[in-house]
Design a protein around this ligand. Structure first.
Ligand SMILES: *Cc1c(COP(=O)(O)O)cnc(C)c1O
Length: 429
């Protein structure tokens, strides 16, 4: 960490009387009740992040479409719905989740490069607010299906503004080399094509240049680029109601200087100044990342006698519960749930029980650890539980939502019966 920065300053988890808590709830109590590993989220933190964005855009007509893929738990969707959010989805499954919490289909934007015919039909019948179209072939498919079903499809074309989001290559999406969207020239051609079609209602332009973007500059460049296209379309007689600049707003995990959301909001207001246009954004990580921790227990300590060798703390959470460290070399803070410890402070690699050397949650962390201690892996509210798998036939961990001094299990722990069912129910077993 650089000097003066503590992850506790920007995280939902805080120490109170030596005990790590989410809101007023000690994490040890949650572990006693639901066991470990478990994902624990703060309702008030989620609410405050949403309010930060709303405030930053107070001067701009806007709509926030929560990116469901960041954390798709129904309780979290219901919370954002209650705060006034719409949704950005990337699959029919995510649409089903939104509908399951009574979300208004009109508030739904459907993104993604590979929408199947079934998914398009499901979304058309549900009456979603907008398809973010990523290719000519997809546009043709949506036209055909809308016509067949006698529906009107609201459409925005996703342009790739060729802006470098300056983020990890796996989560940069706005460069020519990425698979997302179409070039501005192709977009113009697609708008002209779609404008002729009776089953298509052109409502906006879309872009999304990447994730974990910590500088305003690329986001503003993308906005300006999209606005130019909008003006060009207007000269062709195509009037649009909204521009969607996607998500990607960065957060702090370690010592990053995060995006100044207030300053970004002010610049957006200036760029859009006075235009009769609705701004849409699709934040995921910004709203949820620092709202949650992964609670886990130390199973075994494997300390080495030789100083050049590593010390391993084997915990009961693994890469199947939190893939980000293995997938992106992502850094997550690890803190003891109880601050005081008699144990000696050593440098530990925090690893899981999975049979892969890539199964680690954190490396080289100075911690005073004893077996059976509880530790919390911070900042796991986005792209944590949603990336969980059953690798090694591990059941997926429960999710818990804390509200003040109470908590609720919002997804129970997956049992072995849950996992075996899909195979046992096949007749020849
Ligand atoms: C993933 C994604 C988002 C959300 O990204 P965050 O970095 O979590 O804000 C928004 N829009 C689209 C199209 C996405 O694919």
């Amino acid at each position: 960490m650089t000097s003066g920065t503590s992850p506790l300053e920007f995280n939902a988890a805080k120490y109170s009387q030596g005990e790590l808590c989410i809101e007023q709830m000690p994490l040890s109590k949650i572990a006693d009740s639901v066991g470990t590993p478990a994902y624990v989220y703060s309702k008030s933190y989620l609410t405050e992040q949403y309010q930060l964005l709303t405030n930053a855009l107070a001067q701009t007509p806007h709509r926030i479409h929560y990116s469901v893929k960041a954390n798709s738990n129904l309780a979290i969707l219901a919370l954002f719905k209650s705060l006034g959010a719409g949704f950005d989805i990337v699959s029919a499954g995510e649409l089903s989740r939104v509908l399951a919490v009574g979300g208004d289909p009109e508030s739904v934007i459907f993104s993604g490069v590979g929408k199947s015919t079934e998914e398009i039909n499901f979304a058309l019948k549900a009456g979603i607010g907008c398809f973010n179209v990523e290719s000519r072939s997809e546009l043709l498919r949506i036209m055909a299906q809308a016509e067949l079903l006698g529906r009107i499809a609201n459409v925005a074309i996703r342009v790739n503004p060729n802006v470098d989001a300056k983020t990890h290559p796996y989560i940069a999406t706005g460069l020519k080399e990425n698979k997302f969207g179409v070039t501005k020239d192709e977009a113009l051609a697609l708008y002209l094509l779609a404008a002729e079609h009776p089953a298509i209602n052109l409502t906006g332009i879309d872009c999304h240049i990447g994730s974990q973007i910590n500088e305003a500059e690329p986001l503003l460049q993308a906005l300006t680029s999209v606005l130019e296209l909008r003006d060009a379309l207007e000269r062709h007689g195509i009037e649009l109601e909204h521009i969607d600049i996607g998500g990607g707003f960065g957060v702090r995990y370690q010592d990053e200087s995060p995006l100044d959301i207030e300053a970004w909001g002010a610049s957006v207001g200036q760029i859009l100044g006075g235009r009769d246009l609705q701004l849409r954004i699709e934040p995921g990580r910004f709203l949820t990342a620092n709202a949650g921790v992964l609670l886990t227990r130390v199973e075994y300590l494997k300390a080495s006698d030789e100083p050049e060798n590593k010390n391993f703390a084997v915990v009961d959470a693994a890469m199947n519960d939190l893939l980000r460290p293995s997938l992106y070399q992502a850094w997550h803070e690890v803190l003891p749930v109880r601050q005081s410890s008699d144990a000696q402070t050593l440098e530990w690699d925090i690893v899981g029980p999975i049979c892969e050397s890539g199964d680690f949650l954190a490396k080289q962390r100075s911690l005073a650890l004893a077996e059976e201690d509880l530790v919390a892996v911070l900042s796991i509210g986005a792209y944590g539980a949603v990336l969980a798998s059953n690798y090694n036939t591990r059941g997926r961990a429960p999710e818990v939502l804390v509200d003040g001094s109470e908590f609720k299990v919002v997804r129970r722990r997956e049992t072995i019966q849950d996992q075996l069912r899909l195979e046992l129910e096949q007749a020849d077993h």
